[in-house]
Design a protein around this ligand. Structure first.
Ligand SMILES: [Zn+2]
Length: 290
């Protein structure tokens, strides 16, 4: 699943090619249309497919930004603003092309669920193999409650203190630290990959109760998470399973991960262990992490 660095990579490559372009028309796949007709909220959330397409026509993409693991398309038509929010789910990918054939990998071509036809003839394409992604057209962030509950961006000055205060709350002190740092209301954008890495670097056991970690160690852990996220942004994100940057590019952070997806601990050489925490597989070293 794409985490903050992967989404940042998408936004950095998408923003310069999407900015300033006007949406003429939006076509949504038959799979999504049928699934919506059957009462499922597939990909297009909160609006009917017709309404979604109708509402978007004529808007210009003013900016593309990231907030946590979401992509925000800031749209404007005359003086009216809209916010198109995209979550990539497991396998969402964006492409900006002149023709669908320019999308090199067939599996992405086979799972296109929205095509934004642009006024200049270009195409902004959303592909999603497993269809866990979301497209949500809003007036502003406040229209969708989960967006307003997100922790500050981890790089913001107030994020560390926010994290410390949250982790001191009773409802979190008994929870495993791994579950807490993967919670977007405590830190934004840290999922399984980077939580696993930061805990390994800190030699903290993923199941350790949050309340049993000192304030100082929690501060160090927070800073380690920020460091790992930043390193991954510099490396273009991790290319795990079907994650791709815009236009099919892949990052290289996966080569630098020391614990996520590893069979052997790079410090002590023993086999790594796995446990389930918050429905995700956590890899760790029994000898090195306490
Ligand atoms: Zn070890």
């Amino acid at each position: 699943m794409p985490e903050l660095p992967e989404v940042e990579g998408v936004v950095r490559s998408l923003a310069p090619v999407a900015r300033g372009r006007e949406i003429r028309n939006v076509k949504v796949s038959e799979t999504v249309v049928n699934s919506k007709a059957a009462g499922k909220e597939a990909i297009v959330k909160g609006l009917s497919v017709d309404k979604f397409s109708e509402e978007l026509a004529g808007y210009t993409i003013e900016a593309v930004t990231r907030r946590s693991k979401y992509i925000y398309f800031h749209l404007i038509k005359n003086d009216t603003c809209r916010l198109l929010v995209s979550h990539l789910g497991m396998t969402g990918a964006w492409f900006v092309v002149n023709a669908i054939t320019e999308i090199r990998e067939q599996k992405f071509r086979n799972h296109i669920h929205a095509i934004f036809e642009l006024e200049d003839g270009g195409l902004l394409v959303y592909s999603d193999i497993r269809r866990f992604g979301e497209l949500r057209l809003l007036t502003c962030e406040q229209d969708h409650l989960p967006l307003t509950l997100m922790a500050p961006e981890p790089f913001d000055a107030d994020a560390e203190e926010f994290f410390i205060e949250k982790t001191n709350q009773d409802k979190y002190t008994k929870k495993p630290i791994k579950e807490v740092i993967m919670d977007g209301q405590i830190i934004s954008g840290c999922g399984n990959i980077y939580a696993t890495e930061a805990l390994f670097r800190m030699r903290i056991h993923p199941k350790r109760a949050t309340g049993r970690i000192s304030r100082e160690r929690k501060q160090q852990l927070f800073r380690e998470i920020v460091t790992v996220l930043d390193e991954s942004i510099q490396a273009g994100g991790s290319s795990i399973s079907d994650y791709r940057n815009i236009n099919g590019e892949a990052g290289s952070m996966q080569d630098r991960l020391q614990m996520y997806g590893r069979k052997v601990c790079p410090i002590c050489g023993s086999n790594t262990a796995s446990i389930q925490i918050a429905n995700r597989t956590s890899t760790y070293c029994k000898k090195c992490q306490h």
